[in-house]
Ligand binder design. Structure first.
Ligand code: ATP
Ligand code: MG
Length: 639
């Protein structure tokens, strides 16, 4: 039977349980779903949804163990570091052993079912062994992006309360060593939670202090357990596999809690219908394991599908801008996944160097994470001569909400500027912001929402805070039945059903693919004692997408009375931000002003500030409290 996309999507919603029962056969189960009296989806307590309750499985088994029989000698993981000049491949059989060795070490350190293991790691193979080993034991990992500084790390440690933290002495970026261990030590001093052990992968890049009894070295333990046998712990499909923090626009970061069975099924489905990766082929995703794209499409998705995954540590432009494409050629990658911001970096290079390599193995390039502008999409498509497929999703959903499912309908056309149409199980609705009514007229702006229940793979809740889950995501349109999940993105749908994402309804700055809440940066800038008040806005930047700019009101204006003083103070503030948040959050400029533009009700007129910086019209200012505020801001900005 040939199936068209529209029919498949309709079935995934109207015959939900039958559809997902079929998809569930893509993975291995100890107890298959739907046996006995349990439902495929327990949607009885909205906004929650429990997928395949009562069925048991293990994510590591599906990613590794089940492939050892049919393809034990095929490559599973290839690690390439242009920072340390390493290149090494593990077959599924070898990966199986590494993961068991890591599991034995974690077990020795006391990790068991339900315990949390926090990873603060650069892109090294041990990070992936540790993720897989954690879920193997029925424990829960929480990977914290290596670019975060101590304070951000400490908040996440206190929220996840891990038993063990796995870290490395250092990472490396563009040949510059970035020490991790001292940052972790600081974070552990700041945190109120204390951990039993820190497992240290010493790469020999930077000196690392060890705290007796707490800190243990990976290498000797690896030697001790090199032939360990540690079986998979079967867990309920609804058992959490990991916690992953979003960038935290609202202050305290949200810990997205993911299940086990639903996630494995969703990834296996996406690998077939969307990414079209086949067992034995190679998948190359250029993200970082600290982000959701790394979780789903560096680690679990490709491995669950029996593909080799290429894990790359290094810059996209080192030794030259052809490095990624050289890896595609060398490892015969059939699927590649990157982000628009990375492509914009390459755009500054000579397109000829992209043509140096034989890319005939590659079928598609997928891009996600931020709006893909048409010029960038066309440029990369021309440069590499391959179709580009946009996909729109969130940390919360774990896999694409919108894309095109070429695995179902190969000819389904893509449209520049649009990530595509809803993927299976996502009942996407555009709602009118003020009335909450569904928008039926084409090309009309609305809030992108998803009707309850969210499909398999999406967040189960906010870790440790069900009330926050309900309030944050499900309370914007209280009159909707079924309940509506708010993506906090604006979108429009054209007459053919293609969606276009217009931006987010809250304020987040996207610096070269790193999403930072304006609130988070403001908090960091305010960490400097001279700062009384601050507004941070994202200003368009041709290279980085956006850069944060801070407008600060000082407690004592004389501290920035001369350009020299202002310069010195700005440097101090940069340092404060680096300490609180990490260098990714550092504003490109701190502009000192006497007053910030606010509404009468005291809300910052962020959009007006942004408009001034980008030289646009500031729009309706009838609610402004002090009209001189914007004029001064404009003058100090230099507009
Ligand atoms: P936080 O929720 O803490 O503010 P975040 O939303 O910035 O963090 P992610 O979950 O990584 O972090 O990003 C998801 C968001 O990125 C989407 O809601 C959307 O705004 C944007 N996005 C992702 N992919 C696309 C895409 N293909 N096109 C347009 N926007 C996209
Ligand atoms: Mg978000």
């Amino acid at each position: 039977m040939t199936m068209n996309y529209a029919e498949l999507h309709r079935r995934s919603i109207t015959e939900r349980d039958a559809f997902w029962r079929e998809q569930a056969t893509r993975i291995d189960w100890a107890t298959p779903p739907g046996d006995g009296h349990e439902a495929i989806c327990d949607a009885s307590q909205p906004p929650f949804a429990r997928w395949f309750p009562g069925a048991t499985t293990n994510l590591c088994h599906n990613a590794v163990d089940r492939h050892v029989g049919p393809r034990g000698d095929q490559p599973a993981l290839t690690y390439v570091s242009t920072e340390t000049n390493q290149e090494r491949t593990w077959t599924f059989r070898e990966l199986h052993q590494e993961v068991q060795t890591m599991a034995a070490i974690l077990q020795q350190l006391g990790v068991g079912r339900g315990d949390r293991v926090l990873l603060y790691m650069p892109m090294v193979p041990e990070a992936i062994f540790a993720m897989l080993a954690t879920v193997r034991l029925g424990a829960i990992h929480s990977v914290v992006f290596g670019g975060f500084a101590s304070a951000s790390l400490a908040t996440r440690i206190d929220d996840a309360r891990p038993k063990v933290i796995v870290t490395a002495d250092a990472g490396s970026r563009g040949g510059k060593v970035v020490a991790y261990k001292p940052l972790l030590d600081d974070a552990l001093r700041l945190a109120t939670h204390s951990v039993d052990h820190v497992l240290l992968v010493d790469r020999g890049l930077a000196p690392a202090e060890r705290q007796a009894t707490r800190d243990v070295d990976y290498l000797p333990l690896h030697e001790q357990h090199r032939q360990a046998h540690v079986g998979c712990t079967w867990v309920d499909s609804t058992h959490p596999s990991y916690i992953l923090y979003t960038s935290g626009t609202t202050g305290k970061p949200k810990g997205v809690q993911r299940d086990t069975g639903g996630y494995a099924v969703a990834l296996a489905t996406s690998m077939d219908l969307i990414y079209q990766g086949k067992p034995g082929e190679t998948f190359f995703c250029t993200s970082d394991i600290g982000w959701v794209v790394g979780h789903s499409y560096i680690v679990y998705g490709p491995l669950v599908a029996g593909m080799r995954t290429v894990v790359y540590e290094g810059l996209p432009t080192c030794p030259d801008a052809a490095v990624w494409w050289s890896l595609v050629e060398k490892y015969q990658a059939t699927v590649m996944f990157s982000a628009p911001t990375a492509i914009r970096v390459l755009k500054k290079q000579d397109p000829e160097c992209l043509k140096r390599h034989d890319l005939s193995s590659l079928k598609h390039l997928f891009l996600a994470g931020e709006p893909l502008d048409e010029p960038t999409a066309r440029w990369i498509s021309d440069a590499i001569g391959k179709p580009i497929i946009d996909n729109y999703w969130q940390t919360e959903t774990g896999w694409p909400i919108l894309s095109v499912a070429h695995g179902v309908e190969p000819g389904f056309p893509t449209r520049f500027g649009s990530p595509g149409v809803p993927m299976p199980g996502f009942d996407v609705q555009l709602l009118d912001d003020s009335t909450g009514q569904p928008i039926t007229t084409p090309d009309t702006k609305g809030v992108v929402t998803i009707s309850h229940p969210l499909p398999p793979g999406c967040l189960q809740t906010v870790w440790g805070d069900d009330a926050r889950f309900a309030k944050t995501y499900w309370s914007s349109f209280p009159q909707r039945q079924p309940m509506a999940y708010n993506t906090f993105d604006w979108g429009i749908r054209d007459a053919d059903g293609y969606y276009f994402i217009l931006g987010r309804t809250d304020d987040v700055i996207n610096v070269a693919g790193h999403r930072l809440g304006t609130r988070e940066i403001e908090e960091a800038v305010s960490g400097h004692s001279a700062v009384a008040e601050v507004a941070v806005v994202g200003v368009a930047d041709s290279l980085k997408g956006q850069v944060p700019v801070a407008f600060a009101v000082l407690r004592d204006a004389s501290r920035a009375a001369t350009p020299e003083l202002a310069q010195a103070l700005q440097a101090e503030i940069f340092k404060t931000v680096d300490q609180h948040l990490g260098a990714v959050g550092r504003p490109s400029r701190v502009v000192f002003v006497n007053v910030l533009p606010k509404t009468r009700s005291g809300k910052l007129l962020r959009r007006a500030i942004q408009a001034v910086c980008e030289g646009r019209d500031t729009g309706d200012l009838t609610t402004i409290e002090d009209p001189t505020a914007l004029a001064q801001l404009k003058e100090r900005w230099g507009g």
